[in-house]
Design a protein around this ligand. Structure first.
Ligand code: GZL
Ligand code: ZN
Length: 312
């Protein structure tokens, strides 16, 4: 009986001390940095050992990291996939090694039997919420819209574009006149916005900017100010993530709306893994997180304070 008890406690201990490999995209945005921080702190709190890999936005680095996690024999893999395609082979290798994979914040086009579950927002819906806010804000006024897209080929860039266009459908007074990737970064958001401003009569012909994330919007706000225009009034600014600096801009009247994306994707992921490790529980294939609209009417200064220091 004593030996059996010892064996059980050893198993329990193993469940506590699981090792998880995390293939993170990089640190392209404040939101991504917060996701990384929250994942590390939650792994610690749960007594999990986290092997962290920063892919610097390169899919080949993510694939190499996953292969090394498989070779190490980790107990699970977290993957935030930089783009949506090209994962079948490596996910098949993880499946054959019987290592569960959980997707964070972006989707893949692989069949869902190649991963345990995916944690993330409804990316199309986020674009719809942003678009609906703009449609409601401009009414029947003619509105030439410029769009800063996320990383080319990533599921957020594809889906947030689709959702925004869904919302504008039927409102012909709103037209997306320019659309280009800013790769989810402030620097490129600023650079591409500068080219939009030049191409649109110094920005006088631009009514609104839709940015697929707040970091590109913050960069674009800088460009709009340097062009001598007022972001938030001359050019409306709507984006997605809900990072502190966007709330700061909103409090200054320089941004108008953002759709919040929780950086806590690891919580639901670790919960699903704990249940799976315990008794093989199969979670739903998609664990959807909330998408909440914030505007200047929603105490942006308070929202800034609440989020500051959460690792953004
Ligand atoms: C969306 C996530 C996006 C964020 C960006 O789920 O993948 O990646 O919106 C980040 O800030 O670069
Ligand atoms: Zn919707």
């Amino acid at each position: 009986a004593a030996a059996a008890a010892l064996a059980i406690s050893a198993t329990a201990a193993l469940a506590e001390g699981e090792t998880v490999g995390f293939s993170q995209i990089g640190s392209e945005s404040g939101w991504r940095a917060a996701e990384t921080t929250l994942t590390k702190t939650q792994a610690e709190e749960r007594g999990l050992k986290l092997q962290f890999s920063d892919a610097q936005q390169k899919q080949e680095n993510q694939i190499a990291a996953i292969r090394s996690f498989i070779a190490q024999g980790v107990d699970a893999i977290l993957l935030a996939p930089v783009v949506a395609t090209g994962w079948d082979a490596v996910l098949q290798e993880a499946k054959e090694a019987e290592i569960p994979v959980v997707l964070l914040d972006r989707q893949v086009d692989s069949s869902d039997d190649l991963y345990l579950t995916a944690v993330g927002s409804n990316l199309v819906h986020e674009g719809e919420v942003a678009g609906k806010w703009l449609v409601d804000s401009v009414g029947d006024k003619e509105c030439r819209v410029v769009e800063l897209q996320g990383t080319t080929g990533s599921s957020p860039a594809i889906d947030r574009k689709k959702g925004f266009e869904n919302a504008l459908a039927g409102h012909d007074n709103l037209k997306i006149v320019r659309s280009q990737t800013g790769d989810f970064t402030r620097a490129q958001g600023k650079e591409v916005m500068e080219s939009f401003l030049q191409a649109e009569n110094g920005g006088k012909d631009i009514c609104a900017l839709y940015a697929h994330n707040d970091d590109m919007a913050v960069g674009a706000i800088q460009a709009i100010k340097e062009a001598g225009l007022k972001p938030g009034t001359d050019i409306l600014v709507v984006s997605i993530d809900g990072v502190p600096d966007l709330f700061q801009a909103m409090a200054n009247g320089e941004a108008n709306a953002t759709v919040e994306l929780t950086p806590n994707m690891a919580g639901p992921a670790f919960d699903a893994l704990a249940a799976y490790w315990k008794d093989g529980t199969q979670p739903a294939k998609f664990l959807q997180t909330e998408s909440k609209l914030y505007t200047q009417a929603d105490d942006p200064a308070g929202e800034y304070e609440r989020r500051k220091g959460l690792g953004y």
